[in-house]
Design a protein around this ligand. Structure first.
Ligand SMILES: Cc1cc2nc3c(=O)[nH]c(=O)nc-3n(C[C@H](O)[C@H](O)[C@H](O)COP(=O)(O)OP(=O)(O)OC[C@H]3O[C@@H](n4cnc5c(N)ncnc54)[C@H](O)[C@@H]3O)c2cc1C
Length: 434
């Protein structure tokens, strides 16, 4: 197998790594390379998918469907299969992955390792709840694990790739009516209305876009989207990745005034009383995937995403965080508010019953200071931050937010005694230091 020395990063591009990366095409080659950290399509924002100074195997060429049962919706796919590709292949047959994150480029392996959540977390839980088996190279050999192997299985779901390299997985997909989504959008004029709309939504898919620049009586305003699948064919075809950001944009692109103007126009695009449209599923689930390299909009230095979840009874603390963000003038137009259902199944999974907030910030000393404060606010509110997005949390914060980390570390250290699977994130946060 060829190992190429390269510089690479997560999606946020603020933290860079250099090391040897191989792109195997077959499971046997992965087994021969193990143990090394596996990476997917590097849609994690920070350093979860980098191994500075060491090796990594990129799994994107292992992207085959191994089996599919049209009666039950069970599909076995290789770990490098992008989740959006599974949706594209199977939605016309009446099945789609039960949980999909906001990008279709996330691979099956990456979705398991982060136990990702979608716009339906309040109804369907996280990705791991729909995984029936995982083929894993662990402790030197390939092995199939199921929920019956409770300790290793729950350490692997949301396990940051630390229990082994995922070769393939069997997923229980969910019935859908076709490749169309009936999407209803309505304005929420302020924080209280926004939360009330999210809390009362009975739709299977619900998400809020937040104008993180709005202050005062408009604080927390946004657009709540609710959706169901539909057999009605969408008029427009999915954009695919037809557009591309060709170079790093200059700082001015996301200046305070431009972001405020953009957000206002985006908010006002929704008619009074709301509007309903049929969209291709890609447009609803993966709204940014149509623009290749959109992360270059933040310029050469890259950006960070802050994402936290706080329990239902900490909504005041979350509102105070939104106030702090709006007051800072540092937010970009990308800000999302979502309701989450009960805790997830993995020991280190992110979701918990409550509300999650995600906001992008261009990299700068001021942004780092703000995120450090928000991380602390999250901890005080009894919440946690999401490792898929993090690049700035401290070891103390991470361990306090994930109190079961020792139990998980013991399992990971059993599966990988030489700690050869460690990534920059697990080293930075000392998560394997049990
Ligand atoms: C635009 C955008 C929207 C997003 N929206 C959401 C969202 O709504 N919900 C959500 O939960 N997340 C969301 N994410 C985050 C994303 O879904 C996760 O970071 C996901 O893990 C990325 O998958 P990947 O294949 O790119 O994995 P990578 O980023 O390459 O790796 C992520 C982790 O998985 C491990 N890993 C990857 N493949 C394997 C494997 N085969 N075996 C073992 N370990 C492996 C890596 O070691 C690393 O720890 C979003 C990201 C973007 C860019």
């Amino acid at each position: 197998m060829r190992w190429n020395e390269m510089s690479y990063s997560g999606w946020g591009r603020a933290l860079q790594a250099t090391g040897e990366v191989a792109r195997p095409e077959r499971s046997k080659a992965v087994e021969a390379a193990a143990p090394v950290p596996a990476i997917g399509n590097r849609r994690s924002y920070g350093d979860a998918c980098t191994n500075n100074g060491g090796r990594a195997v990129e799994m994107s060429r292992l992207d085959r469907v191994l089996s599919f049962n049209a009666e039950t919706g069970l599909v076995e796919a290789e770990a490098g299969m992008p989740i959006g590709e599974l949706a594209r292949l199977f939605a016309p047959l009446g099945w789609m992955p039960a949980v999909m994150p906001g990008t279709g480029f996330a691979t099956v392996g990456g979705c398991i390792a982060m136990d990702v959540h979608g716009k339906n977390h309040h109804v369907d839980g996280s990705f791991g709840a729909h995984v029936t088996a995982i083929r894993l190279v662990t402790n030197g050999r390939p092995k199939t694990i199921t929920p019956k192997n409770k300790a290793l299985f729950t350490a692997t779901l949301g396990g940051l790739g630390q229990t082994g390299i995922i070769l393939s997985a069997t997923l229980q997909m969910k019935r859908c009516d076709g490749r169309g989504m009936e999407v209803t959008e309505q304005r929420a004029e302020n924080w209280e209305e926004h939360i009330a709309l999210l809390a009362s939504s009975n739709a299977p898919y619900t998400v809020g876009w937040l104008d993180a620049t709005a202050k005062g009586s408009k604080l927390g305003r946004g657009i709540v989207e609710e959706a169901i699948t539909t057999a009605v064919e969408p008029q427009s075809s999915p954009a695919g990745a037809s557009k591309s950001v060709p170079f790093n944009f200059p700082r001015i692109t996301l200046s305070k005034a431009i972001v405020r103007g953009f957000n206002k126009a985006y908010y006002l695009r929704i008619r009074d009383g709301g509007q309903t449209r049929i969209k291709p599923l890609e447009e609803f689930f993966f709204p940014l995937d149509g623009i290749h390299n959109w992360n270059r909009l933040y310029g050469k230095q890259g950006f960070h995403q802050f994402q936290c979840v706080v329990p239902d009874d900490s909504l005041d603390a979350l509102k105070a965080m939104v106030e702090k963000i709006a007051g800072s003038g540092l937010a970009s137009p990308l800000a999302v508010l979502k309701r989450m259902g009960p805790d997830a199944s993995g020991i280190m999974s992110f979701p918990m019953q409550g509300y999650t907030l995600a906001v992008d910030f261009r990299e700068s000393p001021k942004a780092r200071k703000l995120i450090a404060e928000l991380n602390e606010d999250t901890l005080k509110a009894g919440g946690r931050i999401y490792f898929a997005k993090d690049s700035l949390a401290t070891e103390e914060q991470a361990k306090a937010m994930y109190p079961d980390w020792r139990k998980w570390a013991a399992e990971a250290n059993k599966a990988d005694p030489s700690k050869a699977l460690e990534t920059d994130l697990t080293r930075r946060l000392g998560l394997r230091s049990e």
